[in-house]
Design a protein around this ligand. Structure first.
Ligand code: NI
Length: 140
């Protein structure tokens, strides 16, 4: 049965919408709505995948952030120290005058890895967070 469609109105910064339109044009979407539906599906998939992260895991959390955001660098360091049992190592790159990229090497219980990732995602000034994990012993 065909799902009923609901209409929503969304306010976005113009540059974000421009970027989005550019991408959906390149990818050949027939409409902006179709692109947004796909983006929302991807968002939901990623979060449901993340909520299933459990058991022993090793992986990386990569994040991109604005280091001028007040208090952000300190909050990041606090999190990294509070979870030092899981976050074993980090790599930092200064991308530009304002932007930093950090890759955290993580190892430990999946629930804790997920908790750290979610904490990082909610920090103001963090623009991108991506978690990737594997189950040790099942690296194929
Ligand atoms: Ni930096």
């Amino acid at each position: 049965m065909e799902q009923e469609l609901a209409r929503i109105g969304v306010s976005l910064p113009e540059n974000l919408l421009d970027k989005f339109d550019e991408i959906i044009t390149k990818r050949g979407y027939s409409s902006r709505s179709e692109g947004i539906r796909d983006a929302i599906r991807g968002y939901i998939r990623y979060y449901s995948w993340m909520s299933e992260v459990e058991g022993e895991r090793v992986g990386t959390i990569s994040l991109v952030y604005d280091h001028n955001q007040r208090g952000l660098v300190n909050s990041l360091l606090d999190i990294e120290h509070n979870f030092s049992k899981i976050i074993r190592s980090s790599l930092h790159m200064h991308i530009s005058h304002d932007t930093c990229m950090e890759v955290l090497m993580v190892s430990g219980e999946g629930h804790d890895v997920k908790t750290v990732t979610e904490k990082l995602m909610t920090l103001k000034g963090v623009k991108h967070v991506k978690l990737t994990t594997i189950v040790p012993g099942e690296e194929i």
